[in-house]
Design a binder for this molecule. Structure first.
Ligand code: PEP
Ligand code: MN
Length: 352
């Protein structure tokens, strides 16, 4: 249930109502929007009549039930207002939100060595990326495949951050590694294979770094939003959802089926920001530009793209990785589409 306060409702009234509802055994959470304050109520609300709450105060505009199984992540819970996941990076605060320009995240699948990660970071930054991605802990189908360099790769990501000022996004696979990963990452990634690792979801919900939650490869939208609900229920409101393709019957020509329809669907269901990963979504570098630009046109808030200085030699996901030159070209094309939909950063030119 949500309690929508009238605009200008006095602070003392909001606190009084929040406290009163807490004594009913409900978790009452204050959500401060641009114009109004909403009090979100989670718990066994079925017994309570919205009219009963409405009578608490003339400052209450409306009391509404959230009918969906996901509560905190639902669009209604914030009374329609989008979340803004604001991430501080050395280069400034980057906003993942439908009211901000598209955020570009780029980098290799895996961190291989210092030279390649620093070089890639410099190249993607020059092309306009805000975040560097790169795996230190890699979830691989085969136990014999490269598993990532682990802790030493985290140090290399820290070096790349220092060299470029880019924010860092890297995956955590195990609760035991979370503190180490969160110490370096500006955004902690939970990968597709762990989307329903509930212990991990609970743990990332208890820490303060924003979380990038990739869609499980056979997860429905509802499974995915319920997974995000775990993180918000743990106390961390900063979740970004990443569509990275799902498994369908045809894997012959594309690694996955990139569900671009998920963008408008999520937009209507949730206030959380939406990222699209066309690299894992297609599995082939040649298909990435078409899907990246389509995702921007469809309203994505952020793009994640794998870039490697020498894809033919990559230790993982080479076939879907762009070269830095290809990423430069794609950045130009994305800018055209991004500007057309009003979602590209303004370049301020000096006036003579
Ligand atoms: C990745 O980002 O490198 C990755 C392993 O992604 P996913 O979890 O989507 O497969
Ligand atoms: Mn990868």
């Amino acid at each position: 249930m949500i309690v929508v306060m009238r605009s200008g409702a006095p602070e003392i009234e909001i606190s009084r109502i929040t406290q009163e509802l807490s004594t009913w055994g409900l978790h009452a959470e204050r959500i401060v929007g641009k114009h109004k304050v909403v009090i979100g109520l989670v718990g066994d609300t079925a017994h309570y009549d919205p009219l009963q709450i409405q009578e608490f105060s003339p400052w209450i505009e409306q009391v509404l039930r959230v009918e969906k199984p996901f509560k905190r992540v639902s669009r209604e819970y914030r009374h329609g207002e989008a979340s803004d996941v604001a991430v501080p990076t050395p280069n400034g605060v980057v906003h993942f939100s439908e009211h901000h320009p598209v955020v570009l995240v780029a980098g290799p699948c895996s961190v291989e060595n210092e030279a390649m990660i620093v070089e890639t970071a410099k190249r993607v930054k020059a092309a306009g990326a805000h975040f560097l991605r790169g795996g230190a802990y890699k979830p691989r189908t085969s136990p014999y495949a490269f598993q990532g360099h682990g802790e030493s790769a985290l140090e290399l990501l820290a070096a790349a951050r220092q060299a470029t000022g880019l924010g860092i996004i890297t995956e955590v696979m195990d609760t035991a590694d979370l503190d180490k990963v969160a110490a370096v990452a500006d955004v902690v990634q939970v990968g597709a294979r762990n989307m329903q690792n509930f212990s991990l979801l609970k743990r990332v919900g208890l820490q303060s770094k924003p979380v990038l939650l990739k869609r499980g490869m056979s997860a429905t939208i509802e499974d995915w939003l319920m997974a995000a609900e775990y993180i918000l229920a743990g106390g961390n409101p900063n979740v970004i959802l990443c569509e990275r393709g799902i498994r369908t019957f045809d894997r012959q020509y594309a690694r996955n089926t990139l569900d671009l329809a998920a963008i408008p669907v999520l937009r209507s269901l949730t206030h959380l920001p939406i990222m699209v990963d066309p690299s894992h979504g297609t599995g082939r570098a040649e298909y990435v530009p078409a899907m990246a630009t389509a995702a921007i046109a469809a309203g994505a808030d952020s793009l994640m793209i794998e870039v490697h200085p020498n894809p033919a030699k990559a230790m993982s996901d080479g076939p879907q990785s762009l070269t830095p030159e290809q990423f430069d070209d794609l950045a130009q094309t994305m800018a055209v589409v991004g500007k057309a939909v009003g979602r590209w950063p303004q370049v301020t030119t000096a006036v003579a």
